[in-house]
Ligand binder design. Structure first.
Ligand code: INI
Length: 163
């Protein structure tokens, strides 16, 4: 049997930063509510969360990186909604956001999760912000919790090897 390393979904004791975009705030306010609710439902509390608003999804990576490198947070959850418009503007935003969020995570070593909805209409966005297709906020929040707990487990494992 292989030995397995898997982590639980308990949010108690985790310090979260949530970066949320003001653009399309009809959607992103729902994402924020859902993310906070997910932390609370998993044993955490709202006091463990700091929320940073940014103008649009394009600005999420810089804010996420600054918060991650501050040493004040165990995980950063990124929330936004990029909706296709009449021009190709959304494509430029999309192409930068995912790469920028990954870059912030790799640079800092702090879990930075991707709760950015990318879709073609407001209806599709609302469907994914607690509507009939799911909750991008919950997905990103659970990913953050799991990654922090996994990291804590691996750190304990590494230090017990050293001892
Ligand atoms: N920002 C979003 O978060 N979602 C969008 O759908 C969007 N579109 O399509 O334009 C958007 N644009 C703004 C962008 O994120 C920046 O805030 C802006 O370009 C200033 O840098």
């Amino acid at each position: 049997m292989p030995s397995e390393l898997s982590a639980g979904l308990v949010a108690a004791g985790i310090r979260f930063a949530i970066v949320v975009s003001r653009f399309n705030d009809l959607v992103t306010r729902r994402l924020l509510e859902g993310a906070i609710d997910t932390v609370v439902r998993h044993g955490g509390s709202a006091e463990q969360i700091t929320v940073a608003w940014v103008p649009g999804s394009f600005e999420i990576p810089l804010a996420a990186e600054r918060l991650a490198e501050s040493g004040r947070f165990d995980a950063v959850i990124c929330l936004g909604a990029v909706i296709q418009g009449a021009t190709s503007h959304h494509e430029h935003v999309n192409s930068q956001v995912a790469a920028g969020i990954m870059g912030a995570m790799r640079k800092t070593g702090v879990p930075v999760t991707f709760g950015v909805i990318t879709c073609q209409s407001m209806e599709q966005a609302l469907d994914r912000a607690g509507g009939k297709v799911g909750n991008k906020d919950t997905e990103a929040t659970l990913a953050a919790i799991e990654m922090v707990n996994l990291d804590r487990k691996s750190t304990r494992l590494n230090s017990s090897h050293v001892a």
